[in-house]
Ligand binder design. Structure first.
Ligand SMILES: NC(=O)c1ccc[n+]([C@@H]2O[C@H](COP(=O)([O-])OP(=O)(O)OC[C@H]3O[C@@H](n4cnc5c(N)ncnc54)[C@H](OP(=O)(O)O)[C@@H]3O)[C@@H](O)[C@H]2O)c1
Length: 329
């Protein structure tokens, strides 16, 4: 049972257990949403260069910091080293660009976004092979990239460092080859993809876990469609058991899905650009799920991965890509 609104990292830093996700929102939407989120009490913001909105978020943060409405030490800003920059010599220039866009001197948590690496052309477009598939960089060396991540902490550019989309084996390998232990692994985690093995392993190793797509990422369908992928995305908020539990507590299905996550000591970063929904997503601490309700929700796992990176056509050929054939999707 979560007894706190924070998770404490292995280095003593504290991360608010609920943050706001920012993937798939225009600059205008995100500026309004971040303003509303800060007003509602969010202090943890999850972004990435891949989302294309660091500069928009930076503008809002600057306004809030300059006005004194919030202090830098009260914010918890997370951004990521993109899959196109997953090489040791690119780590510092890439975070430097993120910090300039975010108008910050440091981020609270810097994550390696994916365990795999993709090649780009000089103009920034993806390098494609003769079959139109993305060219992957098979020289990815997590230990070497991690050493460059550790240097960011030493230089004060990131308070904490971690990974995202890393498997149990990939986290274990990193733990054997690090000076600074990863503080966090950000993974897809919701009632249809619980990844219990990975979550339990990370927790036992004192690596906190953040659940991305905690509400099932309905919006990914549009994103996939843009990449020519048509795939049904289940609506977790319409699952009868979830609706029933929500009704029993007078809460929304989304609030039940989020409470289930934080009760297991995992952070969640639901994305919403709607002021009412983003407020709801933070308002999950005034009710408790019973043991029976938790057991019912936990029994719904379908090993169903929503974010399988299929939109990066050909990425499954990378040796560090581990999602292939593991999931029913
Ligand atoms: N590390 C990674 O590789 C990775 C991958 C995917 C995502 N992420 C991070 O995780 C964040 C969250 O994941 P996600 O964006 O994929 O999906 P999500 O948070 O599971 O779902 C977002 C969708 O749910 C809707 N929604 C939000 N709150 C709701 C509520 N209370 N009731 C009903 N609908 C609601 C949103 O629409 P409205 O905006 O209209 O409310 C949006 O369509 C991302 O934004 C990103 O920051 C990281």
């Amino acid at each position: 049972m979560a007894d706190s609104k924070f998770l404490t990292f292995n280095n003593g830093e504290k991360m608010p257990i609920i943050g706001i996700g920012t993937w798939q929102a225009s600059d205008e939407e995100i500026e309004t949403a971040i303003d509303a989120a800060l007003e509602a009490g969010y202090r943890h913001i999850d972004t990435a260069p891949v989302y294309g909105n660091e500069a928009a978020i930076g503008r809002v943060l600057k306004r809030w910091l300059d006005s004194g409405k919030v202090k830098r030490e009260d914010l918890f800003i997370v951004t990521k080293l993109p899959p196109i920059s997953n090489r040791p010599h690119e780590v510092e220039p890439t975070i430097t660009k993120s910090l300039a866009d975010l108008q910050l001197k440091y981020v609270d948590l810097y994550l390696i976004h994916t365990p795999f690496t993709i090649n780009i052309n000089e103009d920034g477009s993806f390098k494609l092979d003769k079959d139109g598939l993305m060219e992957v960089d098979v020289t990815t060396n997590h230990a070497a990239t991690w050493a460059a991540m550790e240097a960011l902490v030493e230089k004060g550019l990131a308070k904490s460092i971690g990974v995202s989309n890393f498997s149990k084996d990939q986290v274990a390998r990193l733990l054997k080859n690090c000076k600074i232990r990863p503080a966090n692994n950000q993974i897809e985690h919701h009632i249809y993809l619980q990844q219990r093995d990975l979550v339990d392993f990370c927790k036992a190793e004192n690596v906190t876990v953040t659940a991305y797509s905690p509400l099932g990422s309905r919006g990914i369908a549009n994103f996939n469609a843009g990449a020519g992928i048509v795939r049904e995305v289940p609506n977790l908020m319409e699952i009868p058991e979830v609706k029933e539990i929500a009704a029993a507590h007078g809460k929304t299905p989304a609030q039940v899905l989020l409470r289930w996550i934080v009760d297991t000591g995992v952070s969640a970063i639901p994305k919403s650009t709607n002021p009412t929904r983003l407020k709801q997503n933070l308002d999950i601490f005034d009710f408790k799920l019973t043991a029976e309700e938790v057991a019912k929700l936990s029994s719904l796992d379908k090993n169903f991965r929503v974010c399988d990176f299929a939109f990066f056509h050909g990425v499954e050929r990378h040796p560090e890509f581990t999602f292939q054939n593991q999931y029913t999707n």
